[in-house]
Ligand binder design. Structure first.
Ligand SMILES: *Cc1c(COP(=O)(O)O)cnc(C)c1O
Length: 356
């Protein structure tokens, strides 16, 4: 830390992204990226757009917003595009949180939520999940607090239905409920239809996972036009050109080829269910996942040891050190061939081990 660093941030513990090592080629099952490339039209669209990089991007992202609005069946004024959904989440925390409007979220969820609260000096509370890692909605009914839920949750993969989330919207007319649907395309049900009936719901989506575009950095929010207007006030106070030209072009091509992604998501969901079954047969406890990853633990090996041994053998999975989940690993679903290697090596590592 330099002596110039603002005292306001000196205690900040930043988010730690999954490792992206460059030393050798790994089978990467650690950051929930798609094993499949973007749809065929994306590369061409990016190449063509690259000739116009002398010009700023459209701050209103009109073309992509309209295409997405049509795809999702909402008004273009209910949409805001962002530089990854992380940025959209940050805009939302800044827009709706302050000392009188704290946030609540589960103790085991996406690690960025507490970081945003700390950065923006918003008070927050982490509400414990049940021992089986499901969420007790009754914990969230007390009014006066904004809520953020990842649905499906990360890193557990467990999903709620819109019918379960709706009472939270009814019970919090004066607070915002943010539903982060980064993984919804892999088998859960979206809350987007509820945005037409509840002016306090913001749904957050990303092109990073189900649309194979993690490197392009494209996310979006869907909500009542007044919520979107608030987010725009914050966006235009930070970075009007938050989505660059190449990413806008890539997004537009991706939306035009929507069926390609639905096929990819179906393939990933199938591989996930096969992987979960194979892991259960090896003695793992696997949480019921609707995402593009599984969260699993084995009685004969600590989470960190399995992570380390797989890493030595060229396979990366994600281990999170938080004590409640230290026995687990989060395993991104890759292509079937990658999962075969992962399963074979895991079996090898477990050979002859007794329960700890
Ligand atoms: C990956 C992820 C995001 C962020 O994705 P972006 O790449 O910034 O769009 C947001 N929420 C959850 C729960 C995630 O897992």
């Amino acid at each position: 830390m330099s002596r110039f660093f603002s005292k306001a941030h000196s205690a900040l513990a930043p988010y730690v992204p999954g490792e992206q090592p460059q030393d050798k080629k790994y089978i990467k099952l650690n950051t929930n990226e798609s094993p499949y490339p973007p749809s065929p039209g994306v590369a061409k669209a990016v190449e063509q757009e690259s000739h116009r990089l002398n010009l700023y991007s459209d701050p209103e992202c009109r073309a992509l917003r309209e295409a997405l609005a049509t795809l999702l069946g909402v008004g273009p004024d209910m949409l805001l595009l962002s530089n990854g959904s992380d940025e959209l989440l940050y805009l939302a925390f800044l827009a709706f949180g302050d000392a009188d409007h704290p946030f609540v979220f589960p103790n085991i969820t996406y690690g960025f939520y507490p970081v945003f609260c700390q950065l923006a000096h918003i008070p927050y509370r982490e509400l414990p999940l049940r021992p089986d890692f499901t969420l007790d909605l009754a914990d969230y009914l007390a009014p006066g607090r904004n809520i953020v839920l990842a649905n499906p949750n990360a890193p557990t993969g467990i999903a709620l239905s819109p019918g379960q989330i709706e009472p939270l919207l009814q019970n919090h007319p004066d607070s915002v409920v943010i539903v982060d649907e980064a993984y919804v395309d892999f088998g859960a049900e979206s809350c987007i239809p509820l945005t037409k009936r509840y002016d306090n719901l913001l749904v957050v989506r990303t092109f990073s996972k189900s649309r194979s575009m993690a490197g392009a950095r494209l996310g979006f929010g869907i909500g009542h036009p007044a919520l979107i207007a608030d987010l725009n006030t914050i966006k235009y106070s930070i970075n009007p050109y938050n989505v660059n030209r190449l990413t806008l072009a890539a997004g537009l091509a991706a939306v035009a080829e929507d069926s390609y992604y639905r096929k990819c998501c179906e393939a990933i969901a199938q591989t996930r269910d096969a992987t979960a079954k194979a892991l259960s047969e090896m003695g793992f406890t696997v949480l019921p996942s609707k995402a593009n990853f599984v969260f699993a633990r084995h009685p004969a090996i600590a989470g960190e040891a399995l992570y380390a041994q797989l890493r030595q053998r060229g396979v990366l999975i994600r281990h999170l050190s938080r004590p409640e989940i230290a026995a687990f690993n989060r395993i991104t679903i890759g292509a079937p061939e990658q999962m075969d290697v992962f399963l074979r090596l895991t079996k090898e590592i477990l050979q002859g081990r007794e329960p700890l």
